[in-house]
Design a protein around this ligand. Structure first.
Ligand code: KIV
Length: 275
């Protein structure tokens, strides 16, 4: 059954956890969707894991639409959320609505996600007023790593923790239907989760959140440039892939591949008649 914003609403406080994973292409989206995840996030983390940038700052609207539309074609039941890339919504409320609309129309998203708290509430209000569901994202927001001075856990002092609580309340009030809490202390995530009526989706924010999200290459051991403490490797597919690639190279070199079963037949008679 298709997951919708109502799935998220009903999960809050029901004891049912929400599951979200990233995907950036059709085949992976199909596999994740078949597994039964509630939501697929086309994260701007595609800048890191798909395009090889060192951060998400260079990701464009065209990147998000291109990958988002591929995921949407593969996701039958999961709610597809597409990230609004850096500078597609910070510049003005007008830009935010136009770009959120493009992610829905061209990317075929079911919802959009944007980073920030109090400072983006006007954007969240305007996007939701246009009929577009919004997931907010607060705490360690990767688009702001230059302002943070790196990938640092946020909300560790009283002032910083209070700012994140204020952000959480502000995005809920502005109309977000869920909020991602990234890279914040466990007890702060727990406090926010109890305070809000919308579900919290944690990444590096503890088991007390209403749901969890991970980047699929991280949880499958396919991305080795940087592995945050909050990542659990559920499989080591990266090693399996490298071993298969090595075997392919060996078999091509030795002539073991392709074998007869990988080839197409033709009768000798035809070959003999060829001039
Ligand atoms: O871009 C992304 O993948 C994200 C998740 C890490 C929440 O925003």
């Amino acid at each position: 059954m298709k997951n919708t914003v109502l799935t998220f609403k009903q999960a809050k406080g029901s004891g049912t956890k929400l599951t979200m994973l990233t995907a950036y292409d059709y085949s992976t989206a199909k596999l994740i969707d078949t597994a039964g995840v509630n939501s697929i996030l086309v994260g701007d983390s595609l800048g890191n894991v798909m395009l090889g940038y060192e951060d998400t700052v260079s990701v464009t609207m065209e990147d998000m639409i291109h990958h988002g539309a591929a995921v949407a074609r593969g996701a039958k039941n999961a709610l597809v959320v597409i990230d609004m890339p850096f500078m597609s919504y910070q510049t003005s409320v007008y830009d935010a609505v136009v770009n959120a609309g493009r992610l829905m129309k061209e990317g075929r998203a079911n919802a959009v996600k944007l980073e920030g708290g109090v400072e983006v509430t006007e954007q969240i209000k305007a996007i939701t007023a246009a009929g577009i569901p919004v997931v907010a994202h607060i705490g360690l927001t990767p688009q702001s790593i230059n302002a943070f001075g790196g990938h640092k856990v946020q909300g560790k002092t009283e002032e910083a923790a209070q700012k994140i609580v204020n952000d959480a309340r502000a995005v809920e009030k502005a109309g977000a239907f869920a909020v991602v809490l990234e890279g914040i202390p466990a007890k702060l995530a727990s406090f926010i989760t109890k305070e809000l009526t919308i579900p919290t989706i944690g990444i590096g924010a503890s088991v007390d959140c209403d749901g969890q999200v991970l980047v699929y290459q991280d949880m499958l051991g396919m991305y080795s440039d940087f592995t945050p403490k909050f990542v659990k490797k559920f499989a080591n597919i990266g090693e399996v892939m490298t071993a298969a690639f090595r075997q392919y190279i060996d078999e091509v070199n030795s002539g073991a591949f392709p074998s007869e079963e990988n080839c197409y037949a033709i009768s000798d008679e035809i070959i003999e008649k060829l001039k």
